[in-house]
Design a binder for this molecule. Structure first.
Ligand code: GDP
Ligand code: MG
Length: 646
């Protein structure tokens, strides 16, 4: 190798001075870092707003065969001297996180597994990385997929993440497991498949590129080649006569790549041994290309030198299509998710009152709609109420039958059981009235039952509306739910009283003569009583109605055997009154009025309530939404930053 090295150095005209300076990593002026600085500052500000929690920020990873020059390329880009040499040197993935600081001394922190060490001497990097690898992968030739993170803070670096990876090997050397090749490939894939990673495929010039596994791997994860850059290293080691072949490769004639190739010359082993500083090595590199018989035009073409690589990388990083894309996709996701969590309460206390009004208004609108049309979100409440009302009607009809039987029975026993001082064939009206009263008072219980059932249905529907309106606010939900319960309880007492009043009123045993007369007319009683129908038609024709039955009818009708029929007719009137009035009463008191009261009371909530407490959210939900909101803000900020800077 030394011989090759000497040979290639023949192209240099002055090579004495750059061997002399002592290496001083960390302080050297790095062209890549300079050119990429604006972008890095952008990424830096993105990190500051915490965007790295949402999206992956760009990093640069190197892939290539063992000893192809990966660590050397990273070293040239970062200015940090990494462990290098022949054989398997990089045995764990190394994440090199560079942080630019405004002022202060160089500081490095190496961390892996449970280890963490901060150090101030840049020259210790090599030793500490090797030590870390030994601890993770053993003091052998094995590899380990545990990440070593090396964070460097210095005014001379800038925020960038570089990843050094173990080189690809095909044949395991002594001490390596059989599947070492597979292991390494899996490890590399894990890193390069990330869309925010720029892949630097490192291939030495003196190797047949067609057989390069690294290139194939990059093409697998990035088939279009949007983020793949090929780097040809060790141009100083090309066999004499092979230069034309290398030129063909660089010009994309062998394997075309959309981002093309760049040739770089890094420090060789003897440069390292001689402690050639990086800055010097770069000058040497430029001279090397400038004076190269075949490659000098590549320098002008922008396809040779570390500087050129730096420029190209900067451009790649700057285009950042993935970054904007990522932010946009994230934005959409976060916005969609946030919608699911609906708008939360305002943070400012003075905004809480109007907000509370808004949501309670929405609630009472729903309740109002429910009361007005019966429509609730999932059902019309009348589909539940109607069967209850029907049951009441059916019950009343049944009581008509039992009433008729009761009267008949009473009549049969009249002379023995119920007769007072009246003469035979005369009947005591009070006794008949008593039967009616008794029978009607039995209606109190079923009517109350009906009311309770209606309360249950209405209250349930109100609660459904309450739950969905105040889902996020357990306090508010609790209060309104109690409110509903209180209102319904009060209404229930009122209805119970009204029902009692109804039943009491029915104890009066009353109807307008005209009403009963109409019933009699429509019935077959006049016929049974032997009444002339022409007289009835006289009434129907609008004659002097009050006289009809008074003349002969009354006497005829006032016979005991017709009593059950007559009473049944009266009870029909009772039935007609109650079958409608009870449901109407209940609907009015248990549905319509509570809706109004509820509206009023929820509106008043704002006046005295502890708004902050009332609007305090379900904690998990609140946290999640707060988090989403934060992310949304961050992403929007990032989007603004990118569009203003690029
Ligand atoms: P890695 O295994 O891919 O990380 O390769 P390294 O960066 O450790 O390099 C392997 C060896 O090649 C080291 O001794 C480097 O000094 C040497 N090397 C890297 N780049 C060049 C180059 O451009 N020219 C010469 N002559 N040697 C180089
Ligand atoms: Mg290496």
């Amino acid at each position: 190798m030394d011989e090759e090295y000497q040979h290639s150095n023949h192209d240099l005209d002055e090579n004495e001075s750059f061997f002399s300076e002592a290496e001083s990593p960390g302080t050297f002026h790095n062209p890549f870092i300079e050119s990429v600085r604006p972008l890095i500052e952008l990424i830096d500000s993105l990190r500051l707003i915490g965007i790295d929690e949402d999206i992956g920020l760009p990093s640069i990873a190197v892939v290539g065969d063992q000893s192809s020059g990966k660590s050397s390329v990273l070293e040239a880009l970062s200015g940090i001297a990494l462990p290098r040499g022949s054989g398997i040197v990089t045995r764990c993935p190394l994440q090199l996180k560079l942080h630019k600081i405004k002022k202060g001394p160089w500081s490095g922190t190496i961390s892996y597994r449970d280890n963490k060490e901060t150090f101030q001497d840049p020259l210790k990097v090599d030793h500490l990385v090797r030590e870390a690898q030994n601890k993770l992968a053993g003091n052998t030739v094995e590899i380990c997929e545990d990440l070593i993170t090396l964070e460097i803070s210095s005014p001379d670096v800038c925020d960038l993440t570089l990843i050094d990876l173990p080189g690809i090997t095909r044949v395991p050397v002594h001490g390596q497991p059989e599947d070492i090749g597979k292991q390494i490939k899996a490890l590399i894939e894990k890193f390069i498949s990330k869309r925010e990673t720029i892949i630097l495929v490192v291939v030495p010039c003196n190797i047949d590129i067609a057989t390069t596994e690294a290139l194939r791997m990059a093409q697998d994860v990035d088939p279009e080649g949007h983020r793949t850059l090929a780097i040809l290293t060790k141009p100083d080691l090309i066999d004499r006569g092979a230069e034309a072949d290398v030129l063909n490769i660089v010009q994309g004639k062998v394997i075309p790549l959309s981002k093309g190739y760049i040739v770089v010359r890094c420090r060789g082993q003897s440069d390292i041994n001689n402690k050639i500083p990086l800055a010097k090595a770069m000058q040497t590199e430029i001279k090397f290309f400038r004076n190269h018989r075949y490659f000098s035009f590549l320098l002008n073409d922008g396809r040779a030198s570390t500087q050129c690589l730096a420029d190209k990388l900067t451009k790649e990083l700057k285009s950042l299509p993935y970054l904007t894309e990522q932010i946009q996709t994230r934005l959409l996701i976060v916005q969609r998710e946030l919608k699911n969590y609906e708008q939360g309460p305002p943070m400012e206390e003075e905004m809480m009152g109007p907000f509370l009004s808004k949501i309670t208004m929405k609630f009472s609108d729903s309740i109002n709609e429910l009361s007005r049309t019966g429509h609730s979100k999932h059902i019309n409440i009348y589909t539940l109420l109607r069967p209850v009302f029907k049951t009441w009607d059916m019950h009343l009809r049944e009581t008509q039958e039992t009433f008729a039987e009761k009267v008949k029975e009473m009549l049969e026993m009249y002379n023995e059981m119920h007769r007072c001082r009246e003469l035979l064939t005369f009947t005591d009206y009070c006794e008949f009235e008593r039967v009616i009263k008794e029978h009607v008072s039995d209606l109190q219980d079923p009517a109350t039952k009906l009311m309770k059932r209606v309360r249950e249905i209405v209250q349930n529907e109100f609660k459904v509306v309450c739950d969905s309106s105040f889902e996020q606010y357990p306090q508010l939900k609790y209060i309104v739910s109690n409110m509903i319960n209180d209102i319904q309880s009060k209404q229930e007492t009122k209805v119970e009283k009204r029902i009692k009043e109804f039943i009491h009123m029915e104890q009066l045993v009353f109807t307008q003569d005209k009403v009963l007369q109409q019933k009699l007319n429509d019935s077959d009683i006049p016929k049974k009583a032997g009444l002339d129908t022409s007289d009835v038609s006289h009434y129907e024709n609008g004659g002097d109605d009050y006289n009809i039955f008074n003349s002969k009818g009354c006497a005829l009708l006032d016979t005991r055997n017709l009593t059950p029929d007559k009473l049944a007719l009266y009870y029909e009137i009772v039935y007609q009154r109650l079958t409608d009035y009870v449901p109407m009463l209940v609907t009015l008191f248990m549905l319509k009025d509570p809706a109004k009261i509820l509206r009023h009371q929820t509106m008043e909530l704002r006046i005295e309530a502890d708004l902050v407490k009332l609007l305090s959210e379900d904690s998990e939900r609140g946290c999640k939404r707060a988090d989403l909101k934060q992310r949304l803000d961050r992403l929007m900020q990032a989007q603004d930053l990118i569009s203003s800077r690029l």
